[in-house]
Design a protein around this ligand. Sequence first.
Ligand code: PMP
Ligand code: GLN
Length: 385
Amino acid sequence: MPAYRHSIASKLPNVGTTIFTVMSRLAQEHNAINLSQGFPDFECAPALRALIPKYFNAGLNQYPPMAGVPALREIIAEKSAALYGTSYDPEHEVTVVPGATYGIFTAVSAFVRPGDEVIVFEPAYDSYVPAIEVNGGKPVYVRLQYPDYSIDWQAVGRAITPKTRMLIINTPNNPTASVLSSEDMRALEGILRNTNIVVVSDEVYEHLIYDGGQHESVSRFPGLAERSFVVSSFGKTYSVTGWKMGYVLAPKELMAEFRKVHQFNVFVANGPLQHVLAEHMKDRNAYLSLNAFYQQKRDFFLAQLAGSRFKPLPSRGTFFQNLAYDAITDEKDSDLAVRLTKEKGVAAIPISVFYHDAHCDRVLRFCFAKSEATLAKGAAILRAL
Ligand code: PMP
Ligand code: GLN
């Protein structure tokens, strides 16, 4: 391409390439075991794959309804009511979307105006802040308290100003693997009472929660449900991250605004896959069995790490295990992540990238959504350090 000098005032001057792409590419280049980017290295359920030819050969290959295929919206609403006790109207309060990232971005776009403040907890999943900033909003950071990554609710109260338009929460939490309790949710409910603040609740790991813990969806708490978008991802639940399918729940008035943006952002999510998912969702066990499935992987990985100088932090949910390495080196986590990939052959995610000021507690995030053979190989490398 001939060189033309653009003068671009970037809307996202501080954004580079997402860490997940950077680390997965580095892992591939160096043939390292990739425990960085969060995705399963195993196939999704055969029962799910078997539905693909059925629905892609059923004459359903044109645009589905804007909000999603009715059968899918209905079964999503049934699931949510059965698990969390709140009924969302499939017609007005459930929208099928091309992935949770899109759902979050669209909710932010629909509500955040230039100058509005949005409270985010750090470390924060890396799509939140760019979504706020590209819409002219201002992220207001509240730091989770290391090492259990709990929330200081008084600090949240202090962060609220007349300009606060939105607050984003994520439980189970990526990258900290912490989960919010019902006390946390009630504290949030109390703080937001009598405000006009909209909540975006990223619940993509709702079915990955361990040691008997319970997922505290915002939809369980009336004072939160009435002001919240609940965002969920089929990618996590059914081990199909490449499908980019998810859904959003919200009260009618909020969802109406969401759909105003959605219809011009993408219009609809993939149609045939919605039919596939609608049928697959009838098997409740497919998602109810996930906790046990992933807890076993977490425990396998931890057992393989026994004797290592890496110190495991609690993993109460998600498919991530964080390991503190202060007993090994005082390197920055981003340097260590690169060095481990290039020199030792195992890739992880440095947690500092999820802080606006690159705050570093010397912790790396490892994804255990992998086969036992892969986890054993990765752990053997880590044990030797
Ligand atoms: N939120 C969190 C916390 C995530 O970890 C992810 C993906 N890994 C997403 C959102 C995005 O999900 P999706 O792939 O459905 O866009
Ligand atoms: N959410 C996944 C993770 O945390 C990755 C998603 C992505 O690559 N954008 O690793």
